[in-house]
Design a protein around this ligand. Structure first.
Ligand SMILES: Cc1cc2nc3c(=O)[nH]c(=O)nc-3n(C[C@H](O)[C@H](O)[C@H](O)COP(=O)(O)OP(=O)(O)OC[C@H]3O[C@@H](n4cnc5c(N)ncnc54)[C@H](O)[C@@H]3O)c2cc1C
Length: 411
């Protein structure tokens, strides 16, 4: 039996505590917060989309953004099915929704934390709240414990680092683990906010604030190169764009955006119609509304909030009668319906990011055990690692899988 100290009582730290305890170790978990799983409470809009039921191969094909190969052992060792079984067995029955997203039947994120707590109680994990850790102690090339704020040292045979990323810092995830790793000389890759909204340049975007578009195609270009295109839902805000399509794009393109400085976004407002169908529709509107002003009949093709901006961008006088529109005018309208464009200039900050991209380099970590290669006795799991995924329950699954593996790997 080893004495194990876990830093961080989020998804990864709680699961690691459970699995280490299950293996017969004496586990002490430290968290700076007044309660466990503070971030879990706000996940999935308070419902906690705690995993995704799609086959694991799909995770590796398209859902894990950074370092999927590194996660192979962890995910197959403690899979999505096993997470669902764990939750069910610990008093949190689940349901599978659209897109294979898995939620507690109760729709309460607190039930996920309660299940993890139940698991930890079962195996005798001791939880120390309001206890911020200030560093990791290494002696003679081996990690031997932690230092608490105030200076007290807690010695252990193994330390599990599960401090999360630095997004939504009000939940306690302030990025301390990155500093601890750097103090030990470990490589931490560039950190950037991910699953985060985009900031845009043009003044007309904020005018659309609050407008939510469904069933549109968002395409993003770096120069002339198409770098992202997907169909779904997005939202205009006072600073730019957000919503599911945008968050995913931000995770995939953050690095590129940093390099290129800006990217061009285009929305196809009518992706279900071919050019011919769209032109026919426009001609029909024109013939049925010949006496109406441009801004009145175009409203039939657009969400109300968009009409003024759209009319301005076509540079067609708002009062021009439908019957007076030229072929050139029609072309402009069609073009704008297909390519409503603006410039992406940056990402919003960590405060609004669902996850942190970057972290402790996976080159530092043994993927079969989560132990630090050059710092025996130290195990690392969850978002503090350089791994991240798109939305849909994948990020919590990564935290659970890596946490579980860290816990069972301690000898
Ligand atoms: C708004 C929002 C919604 C989300 N929704 C989902 C979702 O529905 N599905 C999904 O899969 N993912 C979701 N995520 C992402 C997911 O929550 C995280 O990826 C996951 O919680 C990471 O788990 P973790 O245990 O690694 O880190 P965290 O959950 O961040 O936990 C880290 C813990 O370490 C503690 N800690 C940090 N530093 C110290 C220190 N020095 N001393 C002591 N303790 C410390 C913190 O207090 C914290 O409790 C969401 C994220 C956000 C912000």
């Amino acid at each position: 039996m080893s004495k194990v100290v876990v830093i961080g009582g989020g998804a990864a730290g709680m699961m690691a505590s459970y699995s280490a305890g299950m293996c017969g170790h004496a586990v002490d978990l430290y968290d700076g917060n007044e309660k466990l799983g503070k971030k879990i409470y706000i996940t999935g809009k308070g419902r906690c989309n705690f995993t995704n039921a799609m086959p694991l191969e799909e995770y590796f094909n398209s859902k894990i953004v950074t370092n999927p190969k590194f996660l192979y052992s962890a995910l197959y060792g403690f899979s999505n099915d096993m997470v669902m079984d764990f939750m069910e067995a610990h008093g949190c029955p689940y349901k599978v929704e659209r897109g294979d997203r898995v939620f507690p039947v109760s729709d309460h994120a607190s039930d996920v934390t309660a299940a993890l707590k139940r698991g930890m109680d079962e195996v005798g994990v001791r939880v120390h709240l309001n206890q911020k850790v200030s560093g990791i102690i290494e002696r003679n090339g081996r990690v031997v414990g932690i230092r608490l704020e105030g200076g007290k040292e807690v010695l252990a045979d193994a330390v599990i680092l599960a401090t999360g990323g630095k997004s939504y810092p009000t939940t306690g995830s302030t990025g301390d683990g990155f500093a601890f790793a750097k103090e030990l000389g470990m490589d931490v890759t560039t950190l950037r906010p991910a699953l985060v909204p985009f900031v845009t340049k043009e003044g007309y975007v904020p005018l659309l604030q609050g407008l939510s578009l469904r069933n549109v195609t968002l395409t993003i270009y770096d120069g002339n190169k198409k770098v992202y295109s997907d169909f779904g839902e997005m939202l205009f805000t006072h600073f730019g764009i957000s919503g599911p399509l945008v968050l995913t794009a931000a995770s995939l393109l953050g690095k590129r955006l940093e390099k290129s400085g800006s990217l061009r976004a285009e929305i196809d407002l009518k992706p279900a119609l071919s050019d011919e169908q769209l032109d026919e529709r426009l001609l029909r509107e024109i013939s049925e509304n010949g006496g109406k002003a441009f801004h009145n009949y175009i409203a039939k093709l657009l969400p109300g909030k968009m009409v003024d901006v759209f009319v301005d961008l076509t540079e067609i006088p708002a009062e021009k009668k439908a019957r007076d529109l030229t072929a050139e005018d029609r072309k402009r309208i069609l073009n704008l319906l297909r390519h409503f464009s603006f410039t992406i200039q940056g990402l919003r900050g960590f405060k609004e990011a669902i996850v942190t991209q970057g972290g402790i380099s996976v080159k530092e970590i043994n993927p079969s055990t989560m132990e630090a290669k050059h710092h025996p006795g130290l195990y690392v799991c969850g978002e503090v690692l350089d791994v991240d995924a798109v939305t849909g329950g994948f990020n919590l699954q990564l935290a659970f899988s890596t946490g579980y593996l860290a816990g069972i790997s301690i000898e």
